[in-house]
Design a protein around this ligand. Structure first.
Ligand SMILES: *Cc1c(COP(=O)(O)O)cnc(C)c1O
Length: 387
C-alpha cells in the first residue's frame, strides 16, 4: 500500500506535506520507510519534548494503557490529579483545566476571561490580542489570532477581539478601556516568525493588567514546558499571568491541553461552565507526568546552553541574515527562500520547520551536542549551496 497515494486520494488536502513518511525513530533520529536517517530539529512542531520513543515516557504511557485507557470526567482519575498538582507547584498558579489541544486550552482561557469580565459589567468582554499572533484554528481562536490571512473565510467570526501591534506601547494604551477583560499574548510569537516581545513592552502589559482589573493570558502552547529554557516562557521575564495555556510539548507526543489559573481567575469557572470528554485522559496525563516531572533547573540550563551554542554557530554561517528566539525555540532568517531551504535540508537528512519567512528550529530538549552538530553541518552546507 502506498500511503502517499492513499493520503492524496482520501485525506482532505489542508496540509502541504513534505515528501517524507516517518516510520520510526529514537530520540532525535528518525527513519523513513526505507530506513533512511534524519536528524530532527522539529519534534513534530514542539511536541516530542524528549524526542521519539523516549524510554521513561514510553514506560509511563504503556503502564497506564494496561491499567485503564479512559475513564471520563464523571469519575476521579489519579494521573490527572497528580499532573495538576505538579503544574501548580511548578508555576505557583492555583488550578488547572485539562483539554486536548492548544486551541481548546485557549478557548477555555477566553471563556474564563469573558465570564470574569461580564460578571462585573455585561460589556466587559473585549480581549486585546497582538497582530501577527497565532492562537488556534477554531472559529474563536482564529478570531483571537491577529492575522488577516486567517480571517478571509469562515465568517462570521466571534466578536470582541481588539488587535494591537506588538511592542507598540501607545497602541496598547489606546486600546485599554473598562470594556477590556483580558490581554492575551505569546511571549515569543511562534507561527508568527519567532519574535520575542520586548522587555519594556512586557513591563507595560504587566502594569496595565495589574492596575486595571484586566486578566493577563499567556499562550504557552508552543513556548511552554521547558522550550525556552524556563518552565514557561513568561518566567524569563518578571510576569505573573492570571491564565497560562499550554499543549504541544506537555504530554510529549500525546494530545493534551491545559489551562492554568492564578488567584484572580481560579474560581471563575464553576460546575457546568466547561467540559471535555477526553480532557485529562489518564494515558495522556501519565505521558505528561513523565515529561513535566523532568523539567527542572538542570534541564533548563542545558536548554539555554544548547540554544546559545546553536545561535553562535548560526550567526557565523554564510547565508544567515538574522537569528532570533529563546532557548531551543530558534528562528533563522536566511538569504535563500526558507521553504526551499527546508526542502533541501529534508533531502539531505535534516528536518526543520518554517515560520513566516524564517527557518524554525524546535529540537528535542534532550538533543545531544553531537546531534546538534550533525544537523547544523547539513544546514550550513545547504545554505552554502554545497549540497
Ligand atoms: C500550535 C499553537 C496553537 C494551537 O494548538 P493546537 O494544538 O494546534 O490547537 C495555539 N497557540 C500557539 C501559540 C501555538 O503555537
Amino acid at each position: 500500500m502506498d500511503a502517499k497515494k492513499l493520503d492524496s486520494s482520501y485525506i482532505v488536502p489542508t496540509y502541504n506535506r513534505f515528501d517524507l513518511l516517518i516510520s520510526s525513530g529514537k530520540g532525535s533520529t528518525l527513519y523513513d520507510e526505507n530506513g533512511r536517517e534524519y536528524i530532527d530539529f522539529g519534534t513534530g512542531i514542539a511536541v516530542n519534548t524528549f524526542g521519539v520513543c523516549d524510554d521513561e515516557w514510553t514506560f509511563a504511557v504503556k503502564s497506564q494503557i494496561e491499567k485503564v485507557q479512559h475513564t471520563s470526567n464523571l469519575y476521579y482519575n489519579e494521573p490527572c490529579s497528580v499532573l495538576a498538582k505538579l503544574l501548580c507547584e511548578k508555576t505557583g498558579l492555583s488550578k488547572v483545566f485539562f483539554s486536548n489541544s492548544g486551541a481548546e486550552a485557549n478557548e477555555c482561557a477566553i471563556k474564563t476571561a469573558r465570564k470574569y469580565g461580564t460578571d462585573k459589567n455585561p460589556e466587559k468582554n473585549v480581549i486585546i490580542t497582538l497582530k501577527n499572533s497565532f492562537h488556534g484554528r477554531t472559529v474563536t481562536t482564529l478570531s483571537a489570532t491577529g492575522q488577516d490571512v486567517f480571517h478571509k473565510n469562515f465568517t462570521p467570526f466571534t466578536e470582541g477581539f481588539l488587535y494591537v501591534s506588538p511592542n507598540e506601547k501607545d497602541e496598547l494604551l489606546n486600546a485599554v478601556s473598562d470594556k477590556v477583560c483580558a490581554v492575551m499574548i505569546e511571549i515569543v510569537q511562534g507561527e508568527g516568525g519567532i519574535n520575542v516581545l520586548n522587555r519594556d513592552y512586557l513591563d507595560l502589559i504587566k502594569e496595565i493588567t495589574e492596575k486595571n482589573d484586566i486578566l493577563l493570558i499567556v499562550d504557552e502552547v508552543q513556548t511552554g514546558n521547558g522550550r525556552t529554557g524556563k518552565m514557561y516562557s513568561y518566567m524569563n521575564f518578571d510576569l505573573n499571568p492570571d491564565i497560562v495555556t499550554t499543549a504541544k510539548g506537555l504530554a510529549g507526543g500525546l494530545p493534551m491541553g491545559a489551562t492554568l489559573f492564578g488567584r484572580r481567575s481560579c474560581d471563575v469557572l464553576t460546575s457546568g461552565d466547561h467540559g471535555s470528554t477526553f480532557g485529562g485522559n489518564p494515558v495522556c496525563a501519565s505521558g505528561a507526568i513523565s515529561i513535566v516531572s523532568r523539567l527542572d533547573e538542570k534541564l533548563f540550563s542545558d536548554v539555554r546552553k544548547k540554544g546559545e551554542y546553536i545561535k553562535e554557530r548560526l550567526v557565523k554561517t554564510d547565508g544567515v541574515l538574522d537569528v532570533s528566539g529563546l532557548g531551543l525555540m530558534i528562528g533563522v532568517k536566511t538569504k535563500a527562500d526558507a521553504k526551499e531551504v527546508a526542502k533541501k535540508c529534508l533531502s539531505n537528512g535534516l528536518l526543520v520547520l518554517t515560520a513566516k519567512d524564517k527557518i524554525r528550529f524546535l529540537p528535542a530538549l534532550n538533543i545531544s551536542f553531537c546531534e546538534i552538530d550533525k544537523g547544523l553541518d547539513i544546514f550550513e552546507k545547504v545554505l552554502k549551496g554545497e549540497i
